[in-house]
Ligand binder design. Structure first.
Ligand SMILES: Cc1cc2nc3c(=O)[nH]c(=O)nc-3n(C[C@H](O)[C@H](O)[C@H](O)COP(=O)(O)OP(=O)(O)OC[C@H]3O[C@@H](n4cnc5c(N)ncnc54)[C@H](O)[C@@H]3O)c2cc1C
Length: 429
């Protein structure tokens, strides 16, 4: 049976959907095959005790330019779905850095100078560090861990504790002692070192499914494509000039799956042995989200607050941007004490930490539930080898956050990887 120019995209995470949306918008017939019952992958909506929430609290930032473009492409309006706020890193009573709405790089200079909870010497050292990075175009001579890199540049004290290290953990989901300094420098290049809006926080006004995956699936269908859920691809066979995917013929196949899901699809194909060895060496990091539901009048002073521990890292006010009033989402990136606590113990610890951070008394939460993603992202270590979109076999492509070599495992990396795979296919005859 002829493939008729059809393209199969395996995986309806943000990478697969971005790839399929680009292909469909270019007039190519595309079929997305997704193992789960719904699209979205690691950034999806889930139902918890009758509440529509996310598999984990996510944060997007202004630097996510491809994500915003793809949202518009599929008809998901970022202005309605995301609230844009200037960056504010606030650990109440301990540290506060807020960037004014000024042109770059003045916004960063002013923000650093006005930061509370940190001395002038440290502020100047941080400004000099950013200047030096810019001068080197954010390229390191050789990769190292973020901790070693910060040590080498004299970045210690409050700015390290409340700015560099939390940013590293939030963006790379890898502890500074293990994270890649080069990838962190890339993140700084496109955020603090980018245009002023790049550091803006983009906070969801709706659950993740509505922010992109569901609208992307609808748009792909409107453009003549298909998104088939509950279909786990098991068999890939080359045929003539194309591929058979579970017996169905396609000209191209894009594997937009997480790195740990490549082996079941490719183990039988010796051409991909080197790729599988590469991703087999990856380690993974967890992310946990604890939802706490308080009476509707409970509000945080800013929709995202830093928690100085010992267990909590960040807490988001889901009610502040139009979500359920009184709902807080506490995030734990990377391994830590949170993993050893059951939901009751975790809720008690976080309630105490949030109460300590707020000046007002906090009534007890009337509902709590955690979502724990054990393999949330690959561990973004120094010199981690990253595959490209092209594979060892013609017509077989990769997408997924791990293939966007410039970025850690993020929504923006996933979307960029999908777009890159689509463009590679479109550039072929
Ligand atoms: C809890 C959590 C919090 C996060 N927070 C942030 C954040 O704040 N900001 C940020 O930018 N990023 C964050 N991330 C990372 C971000 O979600 C991921 O980098 C991104 O979603 C990865 O998308 P992807 O499409 O590359 O992969 P995935 O989302 O893993 O998509 C792959 C899809 O392929 C499907 N699949 C696998 N095998 C098969 C098969 N054989 N057949 C059919 N389908 C298959 C899977 O079911 C899945 O849907 C977070 C991740 C988690 C888990």
């Amino acid at each position: 049976m002829a493939a008729g120019g059809r393209i199969a995209v395996v995986g309806a995470g943000w990478a697969g959907l971005a790839c399929a949306a680009e292909l469909a918008a270019a007039g190519r017939p595309v079929v997305v095959l997704e193992a789960s019952r719904q699209p979205g992958g690691r950034a999806r909506s889930v139902e918890l005790d009758g509440r529509r929430l996310d598999n984990g609290q996510h944060l997007l930032v202004g630097a996510y330019t491809e994500t915003l473009r793809l949202m518009r492409l599929v008809g998901a309006d970022p202005a309605c779905l995301l609230a844009r706020l200037p960056l504010c890193i606030d650990y109440p009573g301990r540290f506060r850095l807020q960037l004014p709405d000024w042109p770059a790089p003045l916004h960063l200079a002013a923000g650093l100078l006005r930061a509370e909870g940190v001395g002038l010497r440290e502020k100047l050292a941080a400004a000099a560090f950013m200047q030096e990075l810019k001068r080197r175009r954010f390229r390191l001579e050789s990769d190292a861990t973020v901790a070693a890199w910060l040590d080498a540049h004299g970045q210690r004290g409050a700015l390290r504790r409340f700015l560099w290290e939390p940013l590293c953990l939030a963006a790379l989901n890898t502890p500074p002692a293990q994270a890649s300094a080069q990838i962190f420098a890339n993140v700084l290049r496109d955020s603090l070192g980018g245009p002023s809006g790049a550091t803006d926080l983009l906070l969801q006004r709706a659950d993740l499914g509505r922010v992109f995956p569901e609208q992307a699936a609808r748009r792909i269908a409107e453009l003549g494509g298909e998104v088939r859920t509950s279909h786990r691809v098991r068999d890939l066979q080359p045929q003539d000039d194309g591929w058979r995917v579970d017996g169905e013929c396609f000209d191209h196949v894009v594997l937009a799956v997480a790195p740990q899901h490549l082996a079941p699809l490719l183990a039988a194909r010796p051409a991909h042995a080197a790729l599988l060895r590469q991703v087999d060496g990856y380690a993974y990091e967890p992310i946990g989200t604890l939802y706490l539901s308080y009476p509707a009048e409970v509000r945080l002073p800013f929709p995202m607050l830093g928690l100085a521990g010992p267990v909590g890292q960040w807490v988001f006010d889901r009610g502040a941007q139009g979500g359920p009033a009184g709902l807080l989402a506490c995030v734990f990136s990377g391994g830590g004490e949170w993993e050893g606590l059951d939901d009751d113990a975790l809720a008690a610890a976080l309630h105490a930490e949030i109460a300590a951070a707020l000046a007002d008394p906090l009534p007890p939460p009337h509902w709590r539930r955690s979502v724990r993603e054990r393999r949330a992202t690959f561990s973004c270590r120094p010199d981690l080898p990253r595959p490209t979109a092209a594979t060892a076999e013609r017509g077989l492509w990769l997408a997924g956050d791990h293939t966007c070599a410039d970025y850690p495992a993020t929504i923006e990396g996933a979307v960029r990887s999908g777009v890159a795979a689509a463009r590679a296919i479109l550039s072929q005859r």
